[in-house]
Design a protein around this ligand. Structure first.
Ligand code: CA
Length: 221
């Protein structure tokens, strides 16, 4: 027993998956379609996908945002639990990556819920704001280029409603956040945002050590 979060070695991680992961075969096939790509580490883990599904259901989300879609696993997970009239605006710069996921979205019957916007996500989010979408989203998932995290966060905070939830991925960055020798742009950007979030009274906060670290920020009223 301990008063701190437990570490997961391989066997305990396997146990966690064995007793809790309910991943549909289609989802596993999308992971398999991604696993041999050099960038495969950018995909969220299946238990994180299931966790995000639970969050989306808990808050009754209907309108959702995703910044960084990659091959579409998180979009598949979130869109699958949205109501029939639910929407996911999925922002990514890559046609190549997102095209891997699109057949799986179709097969799952959720393609109609996903509005894929190819291009810089800051532009896509600014265009939503310009179109009067402020405070209309229930949930946002930020998982794109780390140097723009602060820009994505500020825009998502405008776009989600009071009580809405922003989930920010990779906030522990493989442990690099505590490596004093690592001062790469990505690492510094993540450290900086983590520090800002700690003091940001606009949100309720929890950093959940699932996957590579997932910060949950709930917009206060
Ligand atoms: Ca990620």
């Amino acid at each position: 027993m301990s008063t701190r979060s437990i570490g997961l070695d391989d066997s305990l991680y396997r146990y966690l998956l064995t007793v809790s992961l309910r991943e549909p075969d289609l989802f596993a096939r999308l992971r398999q379609a991604t696993e041999n790509m050099p960038e495969a580490g950018m995909q969220i883990s299946p238990e994180q996908g299931q966790f995000m599904q639970l969050l989306v259901k808990l808050i009754g989300a209907r309108k959702t945002l995703e910044i960084g879609t990659f091959t579409g696993y998180s979009a598949l997970a979130v869109a699958s639990v949205l109501p029939e009239d639910g929407k996911l605006v999925a922002c990514d710069v890559s046609e190549t990556f997102t095209s891997v996921g699109q057949p799986f979205w179709k097969e799952a019957g959720v393609a109609g819920k996903i509005d894929l916007r190819i291009g810089p996500a800051v532009d896509s989010l600014d265009s939503l704001l310009a179109n009067g979408q402020e405070a209309s989203y229930d949930f946002a998932f930020i998982d794109a280029d780390k140097t723009n995290y602060a820009s994505y966060y500020e825009r998502c905070l405008k776009l989600v409603r009071p009580g809405g939830l922003i989930a920010i991925d990779n906030v522990l960055w493989g442990g690099s956040v505590v490596n004093e020798d690592d001062n790469s742009d990505d690492t510094r950007a993540i450290r900086a945002l983590n520090a800002v979030l700690k003091e940001d009274t606009r949100v309720d906060l929890s950093l959940v050590p699932i996957g590579d670290g997932l910060t949950l920020a709930r917009k206060c009223t």
